[in-house]
Ligand binder design. Structure first.
Ligand SMILES: *Cc1c(COP(=O)(O)O)cnc(C)c1O
Length: 372
């Protein structure tokens, strides 16, 4: 607390990001970064953006003198081609966290007539944004197997937010369940129609995307990030894909906040990455194959492993607390993520790294079990 803070700042409950250790010796399996490098085309495009004129108005040599394109046209066109939508159906922001923050501000109402719904166990930024914007919300408990009960969302509400696959569980929801929720809320009585936000941060690793259904479901906003499957967490690029009225709402919020959220390097590198599907299909297949290998090995050693469609596993061992398991891994140079919250405090979320990292992780698990 500080006497310089206003009431709004005093009342915030900020998100606590996963540790970003400066100690490079740790095997970092805690924030779901990609173990493989981004497409070489991304770095090449960033270099070009530093050195060449990006457009006719920029004299050769110093494009960074000039503000970037506030509408991120090149990036949105690349995203539109990748996701098979129109550029007008794409919004780009400084990481999907920013896109999500704008979406909460744009589409969720403050009066508590209807509460916004999301699961009790999900991306912990959602309640943070809700509180930031004063959006009343209710957390719908996941079922005992940590799956979403779609019926919880087939009730009058102020909107819904679903990560698919969910984090930290890794479980995915079929597209038809999400579409049923969108359809139900689109037909809710009232002038302000509820919006369904689907956070597809991990969808490339195996969940069914609902992007193909945005034309049929005008209240469906999908959110994407280049931080995970595109291996560009350091670049900060997020996207929203949905009908044009939703995209216009996001632009309205952005232009009431900061018109230039993405720099020239991020726009250029992001566009190049989105255009290199062949490269990303390759590394994504390696990660999902590794996920299945590690999952089977853990199950063989008596771990409980939730079925994952993401680039991480959510696991626990029946004879070890989460606290002990976390500490034992850390002693052996492995950094995982633990959420010290109800129902999941004995679980760890472990990012799928490359084969060597996962061998080190499995060895550390074996040693830990042997010394129990
Ligand atoms: C990582 C993650 C994000 C954040 O992505 P950025 O684009 O890096 O801000 C959003 N949603 C979920 C569920 C995530 O796991």
């Amino acid at each position: 607390m500080s006497r310089y803070w206003n009431a709004r700042t005093r009342n915030l409950s900020p998100y606590v990001p996963g540790e970003q250790p400066r100690d490079g010796a740790l095997v970092k399996l805690n924030t779901n970064e990609n173990p493989y490098p981004p497409s070489p085309l991304a770095a090449e495009a960033a270099r070009r953006a530093l050195e060449e004129a990006g457009d006719a108005a920029a004299p050769e040599g110093f494009p960074l003198r000039l503000y970037p394109d506030p509408e991120c046209r090149e990036l949105r066109e690349a995203a539109a081609a990748r996701f098979r939508v129109r550029p007008e159906q794409v919004f780009a922001g400084n990481g999907s966290d920013e896109v999500l923050a704008f979406a909460f501000a744009a589409f969720f109402d403050s009066p508590p007539a209807h509460l916004v719904l999301f699961p009790d166990i999900t991306y912990s930024f959602y309640p943070v944004y809700a509180r930031l914007w004063g959006v009343p919300y209710r957390e719908a408990p996941l079922k005992d197997d940590f799956s979403v009960d779609a019926a919880d969302y087939l009730v009058p509400s102020g909107g819904a937010v679903l990560a698919n696959p969910n984090s930290p569980t890794g479980r995915a929801l079929p597209a038809r369940d999400i579409l049923a929720i969108a359809d139900f809320l689109e037909h809710q009585a009232g002038d302000k129609k509820p919006v369904v936000i689907v956070d597809e941060a991990y969808a490339p690793f195996g969940a069914e995307s609902v992007v193909p259904f945005i034309d049929a479901h005008p209240n469906l906003l999908t959110v994407h990030t280049l931080s995970k499957a595109w291996a560009l967490a350091g670049l900060r690029v997020g996207l929203a894909i949905g009908n044009e009225a939703l995209i216009a709402g996001l632009r309205r919020v952005r232009d009431s906040f900061n018109s230039y959220t993405l720099g020239r390097l991020a726009q250029a590198a992001g566009a190049a990455a989105l255009s290199d599907s062949a490269y990303y299909d390759g590394i994504t297949a390696r990660i999902t194959a590794e996920r299945e290998r590690v999952s089977a090995a853990l199950t063989g050693r008596g771990f409980t492993v939730l079925p994952s469609k993401a680039n991480f596993l959510f696991i626990k061992h029946p004879e070890m607390t989460g606290e002990r398991f976390f500490a034992a891994l850390r002693e052996r140079g492995i950094l995982a993520r633990r959420f010290n919250t109800p129902r999941v405090a004995d679980y760890l979320r472990v990012t799928i790294g490359d084969g060597r990292s996962m061998d080190a992780f499995l060895n550390a698990c074996g040693e830990t079990l042997a010394r129990r």
